[in-house]
Write a protein that binds this ligand. Structure first.
Ligand code: SAM
Length: 332
């Protein structure tokens, strides 16, 4: 059922929302699964109406086949699809024959479109939120829409699927038991290093979204602040030129500095700080010397302390000693 974004909806949908019950008087279920009898598309449209609510629907991150049966079913039967970019969603719609109305919802129009969407949902519409790729809200628009829908008492349902962050984590070969999704780091080195400093002691794998032109600089800052941890650069996941490069942060930074920016979309995964036996004296010296190549004494000590689990004072004292040795070894 195609409708405008002005908040109007049919009386039928309105009464469904007002009662919170199906037309037969039973409590509203989450929509039937696509394989079930009630989802049979040969049945009349009214019998297959989606339960009124906001559906958060994941779409592919590259390979168009990476979409769930339930996502397709919801997108097909929704009163409208709320899109980050209607042109991008048009490709998916064409591929899968999705005819539902498409409404643009992005950073530039969100403030005035959101109240209209909430009004339509409150009046009983079933609407699906999608982003250009992957899971909405994950470094993509939608958080405020969900927050306001929840505040307005509108049901919100996840239709999960692809997300670049989790896809990258699963192929990185790094610990997955604890991870922190850090999204995009700031573009400028100073702010990026400050953000990385906040993450340096987190005992978990770190997940970053990154752009190709900034990759080498970002990896160099990661190596300076987080020290030379094991890491992975996952590029163009699920696409033709998918590639995962696994190495220490220093080697990865060096690789992309000498090769130039790669093409495509990128996730960087950094392993957790390596504590314990690795903190032998010679390892400590090696890590400090490596960090001191691109960071100040204070930054290098903090990074290595976080990486090794050794007390910061002890690492700082060792860094001072190493710097002193280096200075006295240099020719006058
Ligand atoms: N919401 C999306 C998700 O769930 O993955 C992410 C949206 S964010 C605006 C886009 C970023 O995700 C890209 O800049 C890149 O860092 C990452 N990304 C998306 N698709 C990717 C892919 N196929 N391979 C690697 N990274 C990808």
């Amino acid at each position: 059922m195609a409708r405008s974004a002005d908040g109007t909806s049919s009386g039928k949908a309105r009464s469904r929302a007002a009662s919170g019950r199906s037309e037969e008087g039973r409590p509203e279920p989450i929509e039937p699964s696509p394989g079930s009898k009630s989802a049979d598309r040969t049945r009349p449209a009214e019998a297959t109406a989606l339960a009124p609510r906001l559906y958060i629907v994941a779409t592919p991150i590259g390979n168009l086949a990476d979409i769930t049966l339930r996502a397709l079913d919801v997108l097909r039967r929704a009163d409208a699809i709320i899109c980050e970019d209607t042109r991008v969603t048009a490709t998916l719609a064409q591929r899968y024959g999705l005819a539902s109305e498409r409404i643009a919802y992005h950073d530039h129009n969100a403030d005035w479109v959101r109240p209209k969407l909430i009004a339509r949902l409150a009046a009983g519409a079933a609407m699906a939120l999608v982003s250009d790729a992957g899971t909405p809200l994950i470094s993509d628009p939608g958080f405020k829409l969900v927050r306001e829908a929840v505040a307005a008492g509108i049901a919100v349902t996840a239709v999960p699927g692809a997300s670049a962050a989790l896809a990258a984590l699963t192929v990185a070969g790094l610990p997955t038991d604890r991870f922190l999704f850090a999204g995009f780091l700031p573009a400028k080195s100073g702010a990026r290093r400050r953000a990385l400093r906040e993450l340096a002691t987190v005992q978990a794998s770190l997940i970053f979204y990154e752009t190709a032109p900034r990759l080498a600089d970002a990896l160099a800052d990661m190596a300076a602040i987080l020290s030379d941890r094991p890491a992975a650069v996952a590029r163009e996941l699920t696409k033709l030129y998918e590639e995962v490069r696994r190495d220490g942060l220093n080697a990865l930074a060096e690789h992309y500095r000498s090769e130039g920016p790669p093409r495509g979309e990128i996730v960087v995964i950094v392993g957790p700080p390596v504590a314990g036996p690795a903190a032998r004296e010679e390892d400590l010296d090696a890590q400090l010397l490596s960090a001191l190549r691109s960071a100040s004494l204070r930054e290098a000590s903090a990074a290595v302390a976080a990486a090794t689990g050794l007390p910061r004072r002890q690492v700082y004292a060792r860094a001072l000693a190493l710097q002193g040795k280096r200075a006295s070894a240099e020719p006058e």
